[in-house]
Design a protein around this ligand. Structure first.
Ligand code: FES
Length: 448
């Protein structure tokens, strides 16, 4: 478990809520009667972000105990099916008997989901800061349960819990770190929706000229063991959207597959544009051609001259949340078209596979507050490299500012953000910094 600073005392008004993204998790922080509560800001059923305080003026009369522990404004509610959660305990009010009271009928692959509570996190207050404890660095022992080639150079691995249990559930679009031996850790998207048996699927494109992660994954055989991190939800569906536009380039289909499956299952309006250099290089086509997704699928096969007209695609769905994953040139083109059309930047969600991040710059100082160690970061090294060399553990994975593994709370100082994982608003807030790539002016004091 890792403690993260999420706010200063008093930053959350009494009775109010502050949303924070920390260690790849979205957390709703509440202050009630001068106590703080932290609860996962995602419905454990379908992953929608939750809205607060919906009890005002509604009848609460379906038997003893219904809503008896909540008061006005002290619940979180899922906008999709009406699941409600007590802010203090995370307790779900949506057991099958109560569904009829204030929620809509909910169907799910796992009946047990109907009574799942929301995740809550321990909160402490220290020295004017509010800290939330999150198991962001938890590792699990996994074993390769299956492997097969999906398409040209794309290997699909099925991973199972080595102890025979379930690997953790995840939201569509989530990532995990695979620990591939000799200190090599790389993030990959989890493919599809969670499987009933708790296995995970990961699809990896072999890129021999890259930094070694894909070669190590392709060398894995059935029965091989490896350690895996906890799923991180840096990229995922926005709840309550009127429409969704998914754009995948090549292996960028991996996080979008599960998002499309979930939208299809929920009957939400969406379009999935899948750009490939040739059909032989397209992964997951059988799943994408299932009846639920097929009407929304637009396959753009470059070898057949079918290029995606990005501006037309965006203009056709002007109110949609747009999710893009693929090569940098596709992401840049979508971002440019989105801006040209004057669409709200907050509705564009991008995930990069690699980033040409420049690590060098002017020297600065990092201070590791927990030990008091002050270290100079020279012009040609990253803060993470310097801290690790001094014996301070920094969780690293992509080392390109893409995955969020190395996000570290900032206590003082002015980071110069160079990552692609924080939103512009999160970067402006300067609450966390990606130590693998970002720099700073002067001295940066870190909660590490
Ligand atoms: S290691 Fe991935 S963002 Fe820094």
């Amino acid at each position: 478990m890792t403690r993260h600073i999420v706010a200063r005392v008093g930053e959350v008004p009494p009775g109010g809520r502050k949303r924070v993204a920390i260690a790849g998790r979205e957390i709703a922080l509440f202050r009630l009667e001068d106590a703080y509560f932290a609860i996962a800001d995602r419905c454990p059923h379908e992953g929608a972000s939750l809205c607060a305080g919906m009890l005002t003026g509604l009848a609460v009369s379906d038997g003893p105990g219904d809503y008896g522990l909540t008061r006005e404004g002290e619940i979180l509610r899922c906008p999709w099916h009406g699941w409600e959660f007590d802010i203090r305990s995370g307790r779900s009010w949506c057991d099958p008997d109560r569904l009829r009271v204030r929620s809509f009928p909910t169907s799910t692959a796992h009946g047990a989901d109907l009574v799942r509570d929301a995740e809550t996190f321990p909160v402490t207050v220290e020295n004017d800061y509010v800290l939330v404890e999150i198991a962001s660095a938890d590792l699990h022992d996994a074993v390769v349960a299956g492997r097969r080639l999906l398409a040209d150079r794309i290997l699909l691995l099925e991973l199972a819990h080595a102890g025979g249990g379930r690997l953790p559930d995840f939201l569509p679009g989530a990532h995990v770190d695979l620990h591939l031996g000799a200190g090599l850790v790389r993030p990959y998207s989890l493919c599809g929706e969670p499987m009933p048996d708790g296995h995970w699927r990961v699809a990896v494109l072999l890129e021999p000229a890259s930094r070694g992660g894909s070669v190590a994954v392709h060398a894995l055989r059935v029965g091989d063991g490896l350690r895996v991190g906890a799923p991180r939800a840096n990229f995922g569906l926005v709840g309550g959207a009127r429409a969704h536009c998914l754009i995948a380039g090549g292996i960028g289909i991996t996080p979008l597959l599960g998002m499309a499956q979930r939208l299809a299952r929920l009957g939400e309006a969406f379009t999935l544009h899948y750009c490939v250099r040739a059909e032989a290089a397209a992964a997951f086509l059988p799943e994408l051609r299932q009846p639920g997704i097929a009407p929304s699928l637009r396959l753009h096969d470059a070898s057949a001259g079918q290029r995606l007209d990005i501006e037309a695609a965006l203009a056709a769905q002007p109110v949609a949340e747009v999710y893009v994953c693929g090569p940098a040139r596709l992401l840049d083109a979508v971002a440019a078209a989105h801006a040209r059309l004057g669409l709200p930047a907050a509705r564009l969600h991008m995930e990069r596979f690699n980033a040409a991040v420049a690590i060098g710059g002017a020297p600065f100082v990092v201070e590791a507050a927990r030990s008091g160690l002050r270290l100079e970061v020279p012009a040609d090294r990253s803060a993470a490299e310097v801290l690790v060399a001094a014996g301070i553990a920094v969780p690293l994975s992509c080392e390109q500012g893409l995955c969020g593994s190395c996000l570290t709370p900032v206590l003082a100082g002015e980071p110069e953000h160079r990552d692609s994982v924080l939103s512009p608003a999160e970067q402006a807030a300067n609450r966390v910094v990606a130590l693998c790539c970002s720099r700073a002016r002067g001295t940066l004091v870190l909660d590490i």
